[in-house]
Design a protein around this ligand. Sequence first.
Ligand SMILES: Cc1cc2nc3c(=O)[nH]c(=O)nc-3n(C[C@H](O)[C@H](O)[C@H](O)COP(=O)(O)OP(=O)(O)OC[C@H]3O[C@@H](n4cnc5c(N)ncnc54)[C@H](O)[C@@H]3O)c2cc1C
Ligand code: SF4
Length: 553
Amino acid sequence: MARLPAGSLDCRLDRSATRAPDAADRPAVEHRPGSGPGCDGGLARARAPAACQGAQNSSQPSLRGIASGPSGDRLSVTETFDYVVIGSGAAGSSAARALVDLAPEVAVVEEGPSVPTEQFSDRAFPSLARLYRDMGAQLTDGRAPILVLQGRCLGGSTVVNSAIMRRLPEEVWAEWRDVHGLGAALPFAGIDNASAAIESELHTASTPETVWGGNNRLMSLAAVRSGIAGSAIRRNVVGCRGSARCNVGCPVDAKQSMQVTYLPYAAERGARLFTDSRAERVELRGRRAVGVQTTAGFLAARRAVLVAASAVETPRLLWRSGVRSPHLGRHFQGHPGMAIVGLFDEEVRLGRGATQGFELDGLRSDTRVKVETLAAPPETFFGGMPGVGREWLSLMAGYARSAVWVLPLRSYAEGRVSTGRWGRSISFRLDPRDLPNLRRGLRQAAELMFLAGAREVVCPVHGLPRRLRADQLGLIESGTNDPSAYSLAMSHLFGTARMSSRPEAGVVGPDFCVRGTDNLYVVDSSVFPTNLGVNPQLSIMAMARLAVERLAA
Ligand SMILES: Cc1cc2nc3c(=O)[nH]c(=O)nc-3n(C[C@H](O)[C@H](O)[C@H](O)COP(=O)(O)OP(=O)(O)OC[C@H]3O[C@@H](n4cnc5c(N)ncnc54)[C@H](O)[C@@H]3O)c2cc1C
Ligand code: SF4
């Protein structure tokens, strides 16, 4: 691992925030690797056996059970690992999967629960309660709040995502090279090769027409009729049955999310998965991370601690651990987006088909907007529809003949995730260039809906007629500049512990190591210096894999 000259540090460690553990005071607990019988690592199959599934494995007691003692001293138990990974989502699981090939003693700490597939439900309330952070109600602050969706369970957001796999666009990497000096340190070929390997391991392929359903089919029709570039989405699934339930957990483990792939792979090779265990802080002794204090006990790390708690939680955890940098929690970026609904005379059957199976890239260069289908079960769809009373009921009655498309925007805005004493808020205001781009994208997507045969389009912007006819689409583009009029949500999050080759410009260096430390790494999308304009999970997995390659070198 690269060592930095002391004078190059731009992060300082706040010693008052850290409490160095004294391992000698604590009785060591024997490490019991938790490989379950019959596990094959989950990579060659859609569903791993229950014995592979981390905390569900009875040979892998959760820390909560081990650590609670009559004294109530949560530091009274220490387990020692080579590496401790915080967070089990796209980044943490990918890191763990790579780490177990290097060293057997790896721990993964996950704040959320392990939710068995049998407990996935198509009902919104239990799904949000079990699988999502803040029950899916996490909002940015201010008068124009934006919904910030994140998973909070074993497997993280991969359990609730739509399985879309996109590689890092080369033009985005060029920004990283030119603006953030990461070209030589982070060659595009390295990220692309890692992405290719992951695509193969996670069985990534174009969504076959057999599971398109009506929603995806209509977008493909619009692409053909308009000549706008579009394609079936490449997804990491095996045997998808088109149940349109990706966002509440795949009921048949067709989706190759982390809890059925990389986590079982790691567990079979001895990794321990600790669920319902929140990392409170990383313990630093001088420049060295020596372990992780969790809500249920202390995990000592011989070699390194890797933080992968997401672009919202990672900066908070680093702050609690004593890391200080003017960039920590800042530069928060995302893809705020919204949905439009097409009302058709024909049956669309929104609840059938791959959740997100078709996409249009053709508007990105002009509007920074990507257009994707989004199928959803009735309950989720109903909750997102505008209006009240009769008007709302009549939209509900049209569920079977509705198509839903979403438009994530590559926003120019940079916000801030508050850390430490400033509470838990997320500040994010749209940039003045964002709404004109979004409106142009909305108008063009609405035109495409009509091209596909829609009778009317619902564009949930306050002030617009609830249902728009084809001759009213100009109203979208001349719409309000008040951001609170738009129903926005985002689930692609970046930048809060960004990487830079210049010590004064980032929290981590190109080796993914937090500046000022020797072995504390950030491996999630907090390190991405910009947003991407495309779905990020594959790039996040690839970057986490590169991080492990580097720390092992
Ligand atoms: C509904 C939805 C749909 C999406 N669809 C797609 C898609 O189709 N394609 C795509 O590319 N991307 C998609 N995304 C985004 C993608 O899933 C995320 O960008 C990616 O999973 C982020 O990876 P991560 O490891 O940084 O965070 P996460 O996957 O969110 O994992 C972070 C984990 O860390 C845990 N954690 C946080 N703090 C602590 C702590 N202190 N101690 C212990 N554990 C902690 C969390 O509970 C969580 O499980 C979607 C996201 C959502 C929410
Ligand atoms: S559409 Fe249904 S079957 Fe297919 S991956 Fe998503 S949840 Fe699983």
